[in-house]
Design a protein around this ligand. Structure first.
Ligand code: GLA
Length: 384
């Protein structure tokens, strides 16, 4: 049964009638451009065909009554009295309401239920999906114009100020504004984005994007992430610029050697990753899957050696993926310290690729991976 149908049926069981509104927002995978978003740089993610779906109906008051179907919990909160109460899933919804109201949006109440099939904690942005689906739910029952970049900014504020995670803007931007069939090159300074299609192989065949979940989740993810942010900010200060986005590769090579080793390597990753991301977008426009794959491989080395956010499991996964027939390139994706890798694969080789990678990864690590072939999908939308 589709996720949408499942949520609608559960709504009917609970409320005795069909929902008048159904909204969805997807998770994402980033093809290239890692830890560049909070450096005002470039990212190249795509929304995936896994999402959060909320079925709802308006309420006449300012209350939200919402059931998380996956865990069978219901929460109630009042838009006139939003309180941050810790770690529960409902904080993503409350935080979104808080950020939207703070920004001047007048919101109305609703009641409903939601479920999702973005694996949680895997680095595929299940929380951004929940935030953007929540924004869509409010959009459906209130009166304001839907502006994806504005909603994404409020999602980031929710993460930073309400949930307490210091993340950048990429996940919310792609969940809010993804397009079916394309990845998006996003300039994280201007928030302008450009559609970029997946490239074809030389023989004209399609390529597939395969997500390789290492099934490992490491501790210290947040501190590792926050440390990297600080190191990047220090490097930007050294170069006397607003953000590392403003440092060209020439400037970096000419004047960067005054940085101490770790900060030097962190900055090197960001400066070169921005360049790789722009080149990746060009390679996609030129339908050059070989070049895109090569840039993905280089990006992995940079994250492994200079940014130091990979793990032995992710390295194993990436090496195994890269050594398969029909694989153009592979890299870890997302924040790092566990989670997923992403590979670009010739469509004709996908099935054997998936089987071989799963088998070899398990042999090497004793861990069963989760592998998803995914399609570039639409951003947040109202389905009904
Ligand atoms: C996480 C954050 C994003 C981004 C990536 C790394 O997914 O939420 O903002 O920084 O890590 O590219």
């Amino acid at each position: 049964m589709s996720l949408e149908k499942f949520v609608e049926e559960k709504f009917v069981e609970k409320f005795g009638e069909a929902p008048s509104i159904v909204v969805q927002a997807p998770g994402r995978v980033n093809l290239i451009g890692e830890h560049t978003d909070y450096n005002d740089g470039f990212v190249l993610p795509m929304a995936i065909d896994r999402s959060v779906v909320i079925a709802l109906r308006p309420r006449a008051d300012k209350e939200i009554h919402v059931t998380a179907l996956d865990i069978g919990e219901t929460a109630v909160f009042d838009l006139n009295n939003l309180k941050n109460e810790g770690n529960s899933w409902v904080e993503y919804l409350k935080g979104m309401a808080w950020a939207m109201q703070n920004a001047g949006y007048s919101l109305n109440g609703w009641e409903g239920a939601f479920s999702g099939n973005v694996p949680r904690g895997a680095g595929l942005s299940s929380s951004a999906a929940l935030e953007m689906a929540t924004a869509k739910a409010f959009h459906a029952v209130s009166e304001f114009e839907w502006q994806p970049a504005e909603m994404a900014k409020l999602g980031q504020i929710t993460e930073n100020k309400w949930v307490g995670v210091n993340s950048g803007i990429m996940d919310q931007m792609i969940s809010a504004s993804g397009q079916e069939g394309s990845a998006l090159l996003i300039d994280c300074r201007s928030l302008q984005s450009e559609l970029v299609p997946l490239p074809h192989a030389v023989d004209g065949s399609k390529t597939a994007v395969v997500i390789l979940d290492s099934a490992t989740r490491h501790t210290h993810v947040d501190s590792g992430y926050n440390d990297r942010r600080e190191q990047c900010e220090q490097a930007a200060k050294y170069f006397e610029v607003k953000a590392l986005r403003d440092v060209s590769i020439t400037e970096f090579l000419e004047t960067g050697d005054g940085l101490e080793d770790v900060t030097y390597r962190r900055a090197k990753h960001v400066v070169t990753e921005n360049l790789r991301t722009l080149n990746a977008a060009k390679s996609m426009k030129n339908a050059d899957a070989e070049l895109l794959g090569q840039l993905m491989n280089e990006s992995h080395i940079s994250m492994r050696d200079d940014f130091e956010i990979s793990t032995k499991e992710l390295d194993a996964m990436v090496n195994i993926a890269q050594s398969q027939d029909g694989c153009f390139g592979a890299r870890m994706t997302g924040g790092g310290f566990g989670g997923c890798a992403v590979a670009l694969v010739h469509e004709a080789h996908v099935d054997e690729f998936v089987t071989a990678v799963a088998k070899q990864y398990e042999e090497q690590t004793n861990i069963k991976p989760n592998i998803y072939v995914c399609h570039p999908s639409a951003g947040a939308s109202q389905i009904k």
